[in-house]
Each structure stands twice: as C-alpha cells, then as structure tokens.
Design a protein around this ligand. Structure first.
Ligand code: ADP
Ligand code: 5GP
Length: 200
C-alpha cells in the first residue's frame, strides 16, 4: 500500500529575469488569476517617478539595510546596479508555513540563494522574445535615464547567460505575449501544488 502525506505548505514562486523583461507586469496579471501573497522587497534604491507602475518596494537607507542584514532579517539579498535589494524573511516563510502561495520577484543572485535555503521553491526565469524587444520595453517604460537603460540592457545579457549556465531554474518562460506567458506560469504553479499534495 502506498501512503501519501499531504503537504500543507504553500508554493514559493520566484520570478527572475532581466530588468524590463516584464516581471512586474506578469506578477500583476498572475495575482488576478491565482491567490498569491506578494512579498515587498526592501531596497536602498531611491524612489523614481514611474515606480508606481512597477514593483512596490520598501525604500530604506543603507544604514537600515545593514542593520536588518546583521539581524538576519533577510531570506536573500543582492547588490544590483549599486543598490541593495532583499526579501524579508519573516512574511515570506510565515505565509508558506501557513499554506499560502507566495510570489517573489528578484534577480539571479538572489534566486540562487533562495534555492539554497529553500530547495523546494519554483524558480522561473523569464526571457524576452529577443534583445531588441527587451531594449524597446526598457525604453517604453519611461522610468530610467538613457545611460541607465543601456546599463540594464548590458546586464541583461550577463544575467541570461548566468541563468542558462546555473541550471538552477526549473523553467524558462518567454514573455512574448503577456496572456500566454502568464497562463504558462499559472499552469506551472498549479502543477507544483498538485505535486506537493501527493508527495510520499
Ligand atoms: P520588469 O518588472 O521585469 O522590470 P516591467 O513589468 O516593468 O518589467 O515591464 C517593462 C515594460 O514592458 C512595461 O512597460 C510593460 O508594460 C511592458 N511589457 C511587459 N510584458 C509585455 C509583453 N508581453 N508585451 C509587451 N509589452 C510588455
Ligand atoms: P528595479 O530597480 O528595476 O526595480 O530592480 C532592479 C533589479 O533588482 C531587478 O533585476 C529586480 O529583479 C531585482 N530585485 C528586486 N527586488 C529584489 C530582491 O528583493 N532581491 C533581489 N536579489 N533582487 C531584487
């Protein structure tokens, strides 16, 4: 006889990908389709006009960031484009333990740390359909200065290369059509939930 133990913890969904690929846009659409808790990252990056259309952040000082880091309050952290970004540990792990599915939107370095601390996470890397579309999206978003756009675009090549090499991601999803890409990710989350519920 086979025994099956129902897992009560939620799915930790981690969306990763270069700046401008569409993570926040997908995250917004996904939360309309799935019951996901969205974790607000802490960052030392100052607020920018246009931020309200993208990912929400808890903007804090460098001193505050280092204090929280020392206090072991982060699940992961990374230095991206000269600023620190981090996922607060307590709400993330609390929600998962309580059976809620949780969404993180972070960079490759952070995702590798999440994989280490929480091997059961569902790590999805979002790819642009091609490089020129990514540049177009970074430009059309109208949030960053031209030199910042170029910097993010150059960094995207490195991140995509790193993601392919790291082999840490469960799936790579191309954000060509928003509805299609979101539906693919929703299907992967539902599949992961179904697997968790029949784990031996
Ligand atoms: P990220 O969170 O990865 O930095 P955003 O979600 O801010 O990226 O998206 C960057 C820009 O690309 C936004 O202007 C958004 O409206 C646009 N965008 C996102 N996904 C698509 C898509 N599938 N097709 C066309 N435009 C998109
Ligand atoms: P942006 O400033 O464009 O919103 O974000 C810049 C980069 O920081 C993106 O690649 C984004 O995924 C990443 N990022 C945002 N929040 C976090 C976080 O909490 N942890 C890590 N490691 N990266 C993050």
């Amino acid at each position: 006889m086979t025994s099956s133990a129902k897992s009560n913890h939620g799915v930790l969904l981690v969306l990763v990908g270069p700046s401008g690929v569409g993570k926040s846009t997908i995250a917004r659409k996904l939360t309309q389709q799935l019951d996901l808790c969205y974790v607000v990252s802490a960052t030392t990056r100052p607020k920018k006009p246009g931020d309200e259309n993208g990912k929400s952040y808890d903007h804090i000082s460098r001193e505050e960031f280092l204090r929280r880091l020392d206090n072991d309050e982060f699940l992961e952290y990374a230095s991206v484009y000269d600023d620190y970004y981090a996922t607060p540990k307590q709400p993330t792990l609390g929600w998962i333990a309580g059976g809620r599915d949780v969404l993180l939107e972070i960079d490759v370095q952070g995702a590798l740390q999440v994989r280490y601390h929480y091997p059961d996470a569902l790590l999805i890397f979002i790819l642009p359909p091609n490089e020129s579309t990514l540049l177009q999206r970074l430009t059309d978003r109208g949030r960053d200065k031209p030199e910042e756009i170029q910097r993010r675009f150059r960094s995207a090549r490195r991140e995509i290369h790193m993601a392919r090499g790291a082999r840490a991601f469960d799936f790579m999803v191309v954000n060509d059509d928003l509805g299609r890409a979101t539906a693919e990710i929703a299907m992967l989350v539902n599949q992961k939930k179904a697997e968790g519920q029949t784990r031996l």
